[in-house]
Design a protein around this ligand. Structure first.
Ligand code: 3PG
Length: 392
């Protein structure tokens, strides 16, 4: 069944429950990256502009079913009030009589943000009673939380059939439209750039896309697991011994399919990880007592040579410890190459999205996904529960 879009549903005078993913980084009560909220604004603005009453819901962090002062959505409520230019109240609890009354009392240009859904164990357990309580707050249900679409929770699955009208939001729609081409017949050459620490998190989507891709460029900490698997000296670099088999599997299947799998051939290595720590370029591996923290200049050139000819690129995971300068050079260089390539480029995952923003090239990337795990599961070809629930 085709998904209904928010614009296709009458919202005037209705309480519109918007499940958004407002799971943003907050330090000392301040939001340090508002991207996810900013991307979620169009649905809220549309509902307000059309005379509906937004009842906005999200999780924040992993409070494990108990209230936690550190994980309140209050900073998000304050930010929303600033950017939406409407009154945004924060409901003390996401369910209950008082909250229900607050949804019913919403006037024009007023929105209600529910407190963190995960303060109740019923959210992650997809508890039917909790789902009923959430559904009571809504006349219309909108799922715009792509970043949480891979979770079968009460607010993404359980409550959905209990609300008469339901739709996907514009952010969810944009994500599906931009990620789907990678699963179809993407323009070739199709290059995947892979970084980050864990092979296990990425193997699923690489396996699924392997018949469609031409090159796999592997950097970041996971490259050392691959290099160790090939018998290259990696010194004190991070290696996940339990993932050596997965690395072998990826190396073998790439070779069988004729996919070029490029690993770093030189490295920026340090003895201690600290900003501006003394470093040296090592090749082809990393000697004992040193750890690789970034790809080296020759590797940047080899990777760039693949990127420049690509017509489709998907990037997930930083290529070094980009949050510690100057070990962001490799990641910044690759972000710049991807932006300049002219290819249809998609970036998925919080760290890579942050790296693209840091590089100043976000505008030149075709699509920056707000989903980390959700984007990867989507690219594994799996049906995400949050989307499937809307199709039912
Ligand atoms: C995310 O940050 O990837 C989403 O908000 C989902 O969060 P979760 O991994 O805690 O379910």
């Amino acid at each position: 069944m085709a998904l209904r879009k928010l614009e296709e549903i009458p919202v005037t005078g209705k309480r519109v429950f918007i499940r958004a993913d407002l799971n943003v980084p907050i330090r000392d009560g301040k939001i340090t990256d508002t991207t996810r909220i900013d991307e979620a604004l169009p649905a809220m603005k549309w509902v307000i502009a059309n005379g509906g009453h937004p009842v906005i819901a999200s999780h924040l962090g992993r409070p494990k079913g108990k209230p936690s002062a550190a994980l309140t959505l209050r900073p998000v409520a304050e930010y929303l009030a600033d950017v939406l230019h409407v009154k945004v109240a924060l409901a003390e609890d996401c369910v209950g009589e008082k909250t229900l009354a607050q949804t019913r009392a919403l006037g024009p240009r007023e929105a209600l943000l529910l407190e963190n859904l995960r303060f109740h164990a019923g959210e992650e357990a997809n508890d039917p009673g909790f789902a009923r309580q959430l559904a009571a707050l809504a006349d219309v249900y909108v799922n715009d939380a792509f970043g949480t679409a891979h979770r079968a929770h009460a607010s993404t699955v359980g409550m959905v059939p209990l609300v008469a009208a339901r739709a996907i939001g514009p952010l969810m729609q944009r994500e599906i439209e931009n990620l789907s081409p990678l699963l179809g017949t993407p323009a070739r050459p199709f290059v995947i750039v892979l970084g980050g620490a864990k092979v296990a998190d990425k193997i699923g989507f690489v396996r699924h896309l392997l018949t469609r891709i031409d090159a796999l460029l592997v950097g970041g900490a996971m490259a050392y697991t691959f290099l160790r698997a090939q018998g290259v000296e990696v010194g004190d670099s991070l290696v996940v011994p339990t993932e050596l088999d997965l690395a072998h599997e990826m190396l073998d299947s790439a070779a069988t399919r004729g996919v070029a799998l490029l690993l770093p051939s030189d490295h920026v290595a340090v003895q201690q990880i600290a900003p501006e720590a003394p470093s040296r370029i090592t090749a082809p591996g990393v000697p004992a007592g040193w750890k690789g923290v970034d790809i080296g200049p020759a590797t940047i050139r080899r990777f760039a040579d693949k990127i420049v000819h690509a017509k489709t690129i998907f990037w997930n995971g930083p290529l070094g410890i980009f949050e510690t300068k100057p070990f962001d050079r490799g990641t910044m260089a690759i972000a710049t190459e991807i932006a300049r390539s002219g290819a249809f480029s998609v970036v998925g995952g919080g760290d890579s999205a942050a790296a693209v923003l840091q590089s100043g090239h976000a505008e030149e990337i075709s699509h920056i996904s707000t989903g980390g795990g959700a984007a990867l599961e989507f690219l594994e070809g799996r049906q995400l529960p949050g989307i499937a629930a809307l199709e039912a």
